[in-house]
Design a protein around this ligand. Structure first.
Ligand code: NAP
Length: 355
């Protein structure tokens, strides 16, 4: 690690060169000093076993990112939150609860990325909105521009300070929708709007320098309490006494928040995780089954179908992800031996609703 001319290294297993060009402009002198002091103190107890990473994360303030940061922080990894708004990120990650986390707005992303040995790219405008022409453009552009920026920074970094891994989000929307087909990582892309967004999003990530290990995670519908589609669906479900949504035959390729975070975490540290990896549970369900399980857990008999318009009212055209859907299997994660904490939707929902 290079700090104003002093060259140190945090781990012997991972070469971790950090070059911090203008630290005070990024973190403020006080925090930066604290950062340096901590690092220098920690250098002395480095061992071969010390696998701490420095991870820069875009979209860290979102539903998945927040939990990822909590996990990485709890395991003592160093984190740079790459955000559009420092003040918002400071509210999400108060210094008291997350000491040592660095928060950087766009002009400082370069310094953070060059000081990291891993990057996670999760940023993108939420799709659960009304899709006007302008919003559709923004949904796509937000993903493409952040991914391009991150990739350009990585590619323009000297070999010796370049992060060695990029884990970049994409979505199962890549495959298009179908009630009958089963998709895995080898399947072709669909031909609807979300498939096009995912293809272009992935294409930007694929431009990363070939020496950087790239894991593209095609994420399914993430289930958790404090965000994502489920949190929005539950009140509607309650209002309509909890019957199936739409026809109920559509496939719902879901994953519990803990599992997607574990998969990203594993992809950061395990060199076998590269290329496209579906981030879905091994047991997708038809929507009717999801609603039935949800109804049982919430003590709501599944008897009145929830009309499409109600779901569209809260999810906007983003509801197509739920109302049309696709059956996606995590073939690569299974091959890699990834262990799902919640392989079945019943257990996932129980855990979420009882927490
Ligand atoms: N949750 C799911 O079910 C799911 C399913 C499939 C794929 N994904 C993908 O996984 C990624 C993370 O999902 P999430 O649910 O955690 O997302 P999220 O809660 O909506 O958060 C995404 C983050 O992206 C940044 N962002 C928002 N609007 C942006 C814009 N217009 N331009 C640039 N950045 C913007 C924000 O960070 P700052 O404000 O700090 O910049 C925000 O916290 C997303 O790209 C999403 O498409 C999620």
């Amino acid at each position: 690690m290079e700090l104003y001319g002093a060259t140190l290294s945090w781990t012997s297993s991972i070469s971790l060169p950090i070059h911090i060009a203008q630290p005070p402009s990024i973190w403020g002198i006080k925090r930066f000093r604290l950062f340096c002091l901590n690092n220098i103190k920690n250098v002395s107890d480095e061992t071969q076993k010390d696998n701490r990473m420095v991870v820069s994360i875009t979209g860290a303030t979102g539903f998945i990112g927040k939990r990822l940061v909590q996990r990485l922080h709890a395991d003592n990894h160093r984190i740079c939150v790459l955000t559009r708004s420092k003040s918002k990120a400071q509210l999400v990650f108060p210094a008291k609860e997350f000491p040592g986390i660095l928060i950087a707005e766009e002009p400082e992303w370069k310094d953070c990325i060059q000081g990291s040995n891993a990057v996670v790219n999760l940023a993108g405008m939420p799709i659960s909105t009304r899709w006007s022409f302008e919003i559709k453009q923004e949904i796509k552009d937000s993903r493409i521009s952040v991914t391009s920026k991150v990739v350009d920074i990585i590619n323009n970094t000297q070999d010796d300070v370049r992060p060695s891994v990029l884990v970049s989000a994409t979505a199962v929307g890549y495959y298009g929708t179908s009630e009958t087909n089963v998709f895995d990582e080898q399947s072709p892309s669909g031909n609807d709007y979300l498939a096009e967004v995912c293809r272009e999003w992935e294409a930007r990530a694929l431009k990363v320098n070939k020496d950087v290990r790239l894991a593209l995670i095609r994420i399914g519908v993430v289930l958790g309490k404090d965000g994502g589609a489920l949190a929005k669906m539950i009140p509607i479900f309650m209002m309509f006494a909890g019957g199936p949504l739409g026809s109920g035959k559509q496939w719902f390729s879901w994953i519990h928040l803990d599992d997607i975070v574990n998969l990203i975490y594993e992809a950061l540290s395990n060199p076998s995780y590269k290329g496209v990896i579906n981030g879905t549970s091994p047991n997708p369900v038809r929507l009717a089954e999801l609603c039935e399980q949800l109804g049982k857990i919430m003590g709501r008999p599944s008897w009145l179908p929830v009309p499409d318009f109600a779901l569209k009212a809260v999810l906007g055209e983003g509801a197509t992800v739920v109302l049309e859907g696709q059956k996606v299997l995590p073939a690569r994660a299974t091959e890699l031996g990834f262990s799902f904490k919640y392989p079945f939707v019943k257990d996932a929902l129980k855990a979420i609703l009882s927490s």
